[in-house]
Write a protein that binds this ligand. Structure first.
Ligand code: MN
Length: 217
């Protein structure tokens, strides 16, 4: 019970209760942890500016509305079903997609997965090489802004791409991994070379343990 004696504890929890339950997830590694594949400078903008803006916009847009006290996933599903709520959907879904993206990567990741996720990849795609081929194709051919995903559709694992803020839960899919292919995700490090960015993700960044944890859920 020692925590009860910490000054400011109560005022902090009261402040949190008064705010919408939406806030930025902390980056699960240091900003320079994924160098040289994704630079600290990219995270300064991508996490610090782009992601923060999606969070801030979501909070502003839901303030005082029926969405104000809902968890993020419910905000996404409810606003995504209502064509008049596109601004809320876009910002809330981008908040979710980015948090999922940060967790999809880890220093020293990538390569062929082992364990249960490795078996699931082999079973669904035939081989890890075939998964990489399909993932690269999806990420390269997403025209304009969007996302490449490894998902579970209830029966098998599949690679899909979504445009802009679109997100797997709107299609009834469980996301396992994602790669952000908006230009802001890679332009500082790779300029127009989206293919090199995809290759770095596959070879050095994928957090397969995160994918496996999503398979379990
Ligand atoms: Mn992004």
């Amino acid at each position: 019970m020692a925590f009860l004696d910490i000054p400011g504890r109560w005022s902090a929890s009261h402040a949190a209760a008064a705010d919408p339950p939406i806030g930025p997830a902390s980056l699960p590694y240091a900003k320079d942890a994924l160098e040289p594949y994704i630079s600290a400078r990219t995270f300064e903008f991508h996490y610090g500016k782009h992601y923060q803006a999606y969070i801030d916009n979501t909070r502003k847009l839901i303030s005082g509305t029926e969405y104000a006290d809902l968890p993020l996933k419910e905000i996404i599903q409810k606003s995504g079903a209502n064509p008049n709520q596109m601004a809320i959907f876009n910002n809330a879904a981008q908040s979710f997609n980015h948090e999922f993206f940060w967790k999809s990567m880890i220093s020293g990741g990538g390569g062929a997965p082992t364990g249960r996720i490795g078996q699931a990849i082999d079973k669904s795609f035939g081989s890890h090489a075939q998964f990489e081929k399909e993932f690269t194709e999806a990420a390269l051919t997403q025209f304009g802004s969007g996302w490449a995903w490894l998902i579970h559709d209830g029966a098998v694992l599949k690679v899909v791409k979504t445009a802009n803020a679109d997100t797997p839960m709107m299609h009834g899919w469980t996301p396992l991994l994602t790669l952000d292919v908006w230009e802001h995700a890679y332009y500082l490090d790779y300029q127009n070379r989206r293919g090199d960015y995809i290759r770095a993700y596959l070879d050095h960044l994928i957090n397969w343990r995160f994918a496996e944890s999503n398979l379990a859920g």
